[in-house]
Design a protein around this ligand. Structure first.
Ligand code: HEC
Ligand code: HEC
Length: 150
């Protein structure tokens, strides 16, 4: 009994020596703001995409490249995919766009298809355009040397 009580105390002491997640959770603020869950939050401001620029350097192998141009009016739906009008293998030369890679033609069983695989059809699931935004948290991440060449 005594030993049990003692070990509980030791555990409690050990915990209080660290910055417990419970202690920091209070400082986490929802991006939605402190608006009650049954109230409508203010709509976020519409961000202005960066102007068309050169391809953006990748940070790691297999990263879906970031989109270096605005895509505001580019629709992707069941009937059409605006991205493919420039990035498909048929059209990329005409628009000097990067052609989608071979991987985009493979289905989940590694079968190579004649057209873009369904799992790659909704481009913006993986590729995102950029705004000139202030980072939410500081980040000193450096790309791996195989890509950065440093
Ligand atoms: C009007 C033609 C056009 C349309 C439509 C278009 N793009 Fe592009 N895209 C380009 C061009 C041109 C480049 C830049 C190529 C370069 O400078 O090497 C580019 C670059 C990119 C890149 C960077 C490739 C790399 O190697 O870093 C991605 C990713 C991309 N586009 C995705 C998209 C997606 C997703 C859509 C649809 C939402 C889209 N694009 C629609 C013309 C287009
Ligand atoms: C499931 C995620 C995913 C989807 C959906 C997707 N991509 Fe990609 N994309 C990637 C990844 C990962 C890479 C980099 C590795 C590679 O080439 O497969 C890439 C590479 C690219 C590249 C650069 C190719 C190169 O040779 O450098 C272009 C351009 C591109 N995608 C355009 C598109 C377009 C257009 C669509 C929609 C039709 C699309 N992607 C859909 C993940 C995706």
């Amino acid at each position: 009994m005594m030993i049990q009580k003692l070990s509980i105390m030791v555990v409690l002491l050990a915990f209080s020596a660290y910055d417990l997640p419970i202690a920091t959770a209070d400082e986490v603020v929802s991006l939605r703001g402190s608006i009650e869950i049954d109230q409508n939050a203010n709509a976020p401001t519409i961000k202005r995409y960066n102007k068309d620029e050169e391809p953006i350097a990748r940070d790691y192998i297999q990263q879906p490249p970031l989109i270096p141009h605005a895509i505001a009016k580019y629709r992707i739906n069941l009937k059409s995919n605006k991205c493919l009008s420039c990035h498909s293998w048929k059209n990329y030369r005409q628009y000097s766009a990067t052609k989608i890679s071979q991987t985009h033609f493979e289905d989940r069983d590694d079968q190579v298809l004649a057209n873009v695989s369904a799992r790659r059809y909704f481009c913006t699931q993986c590729h995102v355009p950029q705004v000139d935004a202030k980072p939410l948290v500081e980040n000193d991440f450096k790309p791996i040397t195989a890509i950065s060449g440093e």
